[in-house]
Design a protein. Structure first.
Lengths: 482, 484
């Protein structure tokens, strides 16, 4: 069997609960974790005669999301009824958008956005009994508190190429939404839900393979694992000469397996038609203005791009900072507090932020004893080799514990970098060579890996104050080697 | 007591406000008549007006109103004529009913209707047919048959109903009362149990045009709970016109020719009324509504399509009838709906579901919407040359119970002349224009959106000239006969 190499093609459909005070089509408060059916009214219970009214704040949030993707906001969009019978849907239709959504196009990072539309969430079902599902349940309870919670559905183009990329991009999306303030975006609590459309094709092919839709991946980890399992399943089928069937699959994280919910033939006919209880949704200039004003001046993706382009940070470091606004804010404050000697290097400074975060836990560094100014000084001292990297870590630990200025700590604890001439670093190097003749011999013979123990000796002896590069240079000077 | 009964609602309201009659006595007079009646117009009657209310100082003076069953009224059975809502008492009141209550028209009772407003004879009610007070062997029309019959029989001073394809105007015609369907959006639909959301409108059924204007004045207005409701552009004035000078009335050939199958007696009364209109100064001319003959087909796709979704909520889960069992969820849905809905409702749910199905949508629902647009354009064109148009309200007078139940298509033809207006969202009024073989005939006037004041004025002038006597129906009722 010739080994065809397959390329996964992945698109995501993401549902996001909006953090509005009230529901999508009625005045009931959006509430979580309260006694069942305490936040309901004739509209969200679908009592006879009750009518929906669009939540203007939800529209604004939807527009903000569209603007964040630089998509095209529809001046006039239309709500439709999506008909299906199920106890979580009291009207037996969901009010959603269909052929004229609120927003089309745009992109977030490397992924193009297909569309963004507004809709309402279903009620929550609790099934009592062994099965945990409606079939075979002894009893099922419906809690309508969640029913009618505003949702946006975000559909991407199939631009993702691996499970890892899908997971990472979803993280980018989550942070973008979090920073725009439109949602809690908590996957565990269900305010962010993600389905995936997955297909595979021979690498190099430009046509799309048959896709399947994956549901129930309720964490970032399960999203990645579910997609991986599905890619594996599809590749195995194709390798056996079989074909992928278009269907909807349920991912079971416990067994890491996928089971079919329904095939294309069993797909629902939702009988969409324009919702006659609502007039078309007009996005006025006023709503647009308000949405623009409510967006952060710079979205995380833009900030990361700026860090990369203008400051020379690596892509991953740039995202690491930009996608936690408090880190990026701290970083930029430190950057602007750069000492006047001009030695501060943005890349060097950026590398110190994760180390600071590691020492203070998940907290906001601005709440720590380490001021942006002192972190900037420390990074500048490292860059100018006034302190060694090891010593600087010690200084950072002191700063976290007691605050103060790095220079004072260096002076007080004698942590300044040692130089070969003034501080007898050469002598320490000589002692290291004498103490480990085997290693010295190997270095002489050209095995540069053996230099490690010698450098380690020197660092121990100098309590980390020596500069690693300088020590290596001195050892080589004495032993020759390659 | 009979003096009270002879007062129109507007006159009764004025008398209450002037201190000449007592609103409590008025309420009790009608309540007692309604309770004693044998025409099955009511499904529920109030015990009395709300306690501790000073109705004398209100605009409507405590003159009680009969309300079609499908208006939700808090704590009061609101069943839309259906078994599936048997015993259902809503926790809230429809906006229109609340507005009337606030204006001083307390709820007298809930009136019988065709199930979910689907019907033209009131024979589709789960609570039995209403009998026409002019002839108890005949239907009152529908779907607001209970409201029309109650007003005609003097069981209520006035009533409200809903009109989707003719459900106010047609029973008004068959019972010899005034019925008006306002501009779509003029009255809030909040709390009206929906049949077809893009067509349903509440409106008055009254003894005369002045009563209709007075009641409508207190029904209209933008409601923030109904996104499709609109601010009425003016106060609805009480009609004063006594002539039709300067009014151009168009008579659409398509709705008055042979196609509609208008009965001879109805045609005669219609033409006599047109002659009267000319005598009052109106210019009466033929006009064209080229797409109007397709209105019925479009209506019987759009209305069932919307109904198929509107009625999907009656699933036995939260309220109303539930026929459960141990066969699971799907069986509960099926059994509940099989037992709860009558045959006409089931027929329309099936029709509507089919019209919206994948692969058929464009051919049926989509095509019907295009026809609807054409019909609205036809009216716009006609109203460039005419102020109002006139047609018979119904092709027939009241027919015998059971005469058309076996033939749904024949039944649907009732709506031939009334369906184009709701498709275009425009207002129309039906007034009695005489008798044919002892049965009332309805004359319909329609005008552009929000032309209610002009419509009411014209109807008022005609009404004065016609001088229709509704006395026989009022005196026919058991409540009247035994004097209880």
């Amino acid at each position: 069997m010739s080994a065809v190499e397959y390329e996964p093609v992945i698109g995501l459909e993401i549902h996001v609960q909006l953090s509005t005070r009230t529901k999508m089509f009625c005045g009931c408060e959006v509430a979580f974790g309260e006694a069942p059916n305490t936040h309901t009214c004739p509209t969200c219970l679908a009592l006879p005669g009750a009518l929906p009214v669009v939540n203007e704040r939800a529209v604004q949030f939807g527009v903000m999301i569209g603007l964040a993707f630089e998509g095209e906001i529809a001046e006039r969009s239309v709500f439709h009824r999506k008909n299906y019978f199920y106890p979580d849907s009291p009207k037996a239709y969901q009010i959603s958008q269909y052929d004229i959504p609120l927003c089309r196009g745009g992109r977030l990072g490397e992924v193009r956005i297909h569309r963004v539309h507004l809709e309402e969430d279903a009620a929550k079902l609790n099934h009592l009994g062994e099965s945990g599902r409606i079939h075979g349940a002894d009893r099922s309870w419906v809690d309508f508190n969640r029913c009618g919670t505003p949702l946006v559905e975000i559909v991407t183009e199939p631009d993702l190429r691996s499970p890892e990329q899908a997971r990472e991009w979803l993280g980018v999306l989550r942070e973008t939404l979090r920073q725009t303030g439109v949602s809690d975006v908590n996957m565990e609590e269900g305010s962010l839900r993600c389905d995936a459309n997955v297909s595979v094709r021979p690498r190099g092919s430009s046509t799309l393979g048959t896709k399947t839709e994956l549901k129930n991946m309720n964490s970032f980890r399960f999203l990645e694992r579910g997609i991986r399992a599905e890619i594996r399943r599809q590749v195995e089928l194709l390798a056996l000469g079989e074909s992928v069937v278009q269907e909807t699959l349920h991912y079971d994280p416990a067994s890491d397996t996928l089971t079919s919910l329904r095939s294309k033939e069993e797909a629902h006919d939702y009988r969409y038609f324009p919702e006659p209880d609502l007039v078309p949704l007009l996005v006025t200039e006023e709503i647009l203005t308000r949405a623009r004003a409510a967006l952060p001046a710079e979205l995380p993706v833009e900030r990361a791009q700026r860090f990369e382009r203008e400051l020379g940070l690596t892509a991953s470091r740039a995202r690491e900072l930009a996608f936690r606004a408090e880190l990026a804010d701290y970083f930029e404050r430190a950057l602007s507090a750069a000492p006047s000697n001009g030695d501060l290097d943005a890349v060097e400074l950026a590398n110190w932020i994760p180390q600071l975060v590691e020492r203070i836990g998940e907290a906001d560094p601005a709440q720590s004893r380490v001021t942006p100014e002192s972190l900037a000084s420390l990074a500048a001292m490292v860059k100018s080799k006034a302190v060694s990297r090891d010593a600087a870590r010690t200084v950072l630990s002191r700063l976290v514990e007691e605050g103060g200025a790095p220079q004072e700590i260096v002076d007080r604890e004698g942590l300044g970098a040692l130089s070969a001439d003034e501080d007898g670093l050469g002598e320490v190097v000589d002692r290291a060579i004498a103490a480990d003749p085997d290693a010295a011999e190997q270095v002489r013979a050209g095995n540069m890996r053996a230099i490690g123990p010698l450098v380690g000796y020197v660092m121990r002896e100098t309590k980390g104050r020596a500069d690693g590069g300088e020590v290596t240079r001195l050892i080589r000077e004495r032993l020759g080697g390659a | 007591m009979s003096e009270l009964l002879d007062l129109t609602a507007a006159a009764a309201a004025a008398a209450v406000r002037a201190g000449e009659i007592d609103s409590g006595e008025l309420f009790e007079t009608y309540r007692a008549r309604a309770a004693a009646s044998d025409i099955n117009a009511f499904t529920w009657l109030a015990d009395g007006p709300p306690a501790a209310s000073n109705l004398r100082d209100t605009p409507l003076g405590g003159v009680p109103v009969a309300v079609k069953d499908l208006f939700c009224t808090e704590g009061v059975p609101s069943q839309a004529g259906s078994r599936i809502l048997e015993g259902y008492r809503p926790p809230y009141t429809a906006t229109v009913v609340a507005k009337l209550g606030a204006a001083g028209a307390p709820l007298l009772g809930k009136t019988n209707q065709d199930e979910f407003a689907m019907g033209s004879s009131n024979e589709n009610s789960a609570f039995g047919p209403v009998l026409n007070p002019w002839d108890r062997a005949r239907v009152p029309g529908g779907s607001s048959g209970g409201s029309a019959a109650a007003v005609a029989a003097g069981l209520a001073p006035w009533a409200i109903g809903t009109d989707t394809g003719g459900s106010i105007r047609q029973p008004a015609a068959l019972c010899g009362v005034v019925g008006m369907k306002p501009t779509y959006g003029a009255c809030s639909r909040y709390g009206m149990i929906a049949f077809a959301s893009s067509l349903d409108q509440a409106g008055p059924l009254t003894r005369d045009v002045t009563d209709a204007a007075l009641l409508l004045r207190h029904m209209v207005g933008r409601d923030r709970r109904d996104s499709t409701s609109l601010e009425f552009p003016e106060d609805i004035a009480l009609p004063r016109a006594e002539n039709l000078r300067g009014i151009r009335i168009g008579v659409p050939e398509e709705l008055t020719g042979a196609e509609g199958g208008v009965e001879t007696g109805v045609r005669e009364r219609f033409e006599a009324t047109l002659t009267l209109a000319q005598e009052l100064g109106a210019a009466v001319e033929a006009c064209r509504l080229p797409h109007a003959p397709h209105a019925l087909s479009a209506y019987y796709l759009i209305a069932p399509a919307e109904a198929s979704a509107n009625l999907a909520r009656y699933d036995g889960v939260r309220y109303g009838l539930r026929v459960a069992g141990d066969a699971g969820l799907l069986a509960m849905y099926e059994r509940t709906r099989a037992a709860g809905f009558g045959p006409e409702v089931k027929r329309r749910i099936m029709l509507g579901t089919y019209a919206l199905s994948s692969g058929y949508y464009e051919a049926y629902y989509g095509a019907a919407q295009k026809v609807r647009t054409k019909i609205a354009e036809d009216f716009r064109t006609v109203f460039e040359s005419f102020d109002l148009i006139a047609t018979p309200t119904s092709p027939w007078t009241a027919f015998e119970l059971g005469a058309k139940t076996a033939d749904p298509l024949a039944m649907y033809l009732n709506d031939f002349c009334t369906v184009p207006m709701p498709l275009a969202g425009i207002p129309a009024i039906s007034i009695p224009c005489g008798l044919a073989d002892g049965l009332p005939v309805g004359f319909q006037l329609a005008g552009p959106a929000f032309s209610e004041t002009r419509l009411l004025d014209a109807a008022h002038a005609l009404e004065l000239a016609i001088g229709f006597d509704a006395g026989p129906a009022r005196r026919s009722d058991a409540g009247g006969r035994d004097g209880r």
